[in-house]
Design a protein around this ligand. Structure first.
Ligand SMILES: [Ca+2]
Length: 107
């Protein structure tokens, strides 16, 4: 695993505590250390360090994700899409899909 440059508190995980360290150090123009929130190593704490934190957020020993489980958001979005398409198809042909007047066809 690559080194975590945004693990500012050096606990092995990039989390919200590291964002707090970055926020506390934000604006330091020179001489900043990783503990101040300098992920890029140029001595300043700025947006580039925040970007590094965003990229690494959740990485670390406590958050090692399984590699084959689909993302829950993707599965939920797929189910919502199927429900919307099914609802739209039902709206388009209200009579043709059953009911006492099903043999009248679509309007
Ligand atoms: Ca950390």
């Amino acid at each position: 695993m690559a080194a975590l440059t945004a693990d500012f508190d050096e606990n092995g995980v990039v989390g919200t505590a590291d964002l707090g360290a970055w926020a506390a150090g934000f604006g330091i123009g020179a001489g900043a250390s990783p503990g101040d929130g300098d992920a890029t190593g140029e001595g300043a704490v700025n947006g580039g360090d925040f970007l590094a934190w965003q990229r690494e957020y959740g990485n670390g020993k406590a958050f090692a994700p399984p590699s084959v489980v689909p993302e829950p958001h993707s599965a939920a979005l797929a189910l919502i899409a199927v429900a919307v398409v099914a609802g739209a198809a039902r709206q388009r042909h209200p009579v043709a899909h059953g009911g006492a007047m099903g043999d009248l066809g679509c309007f």
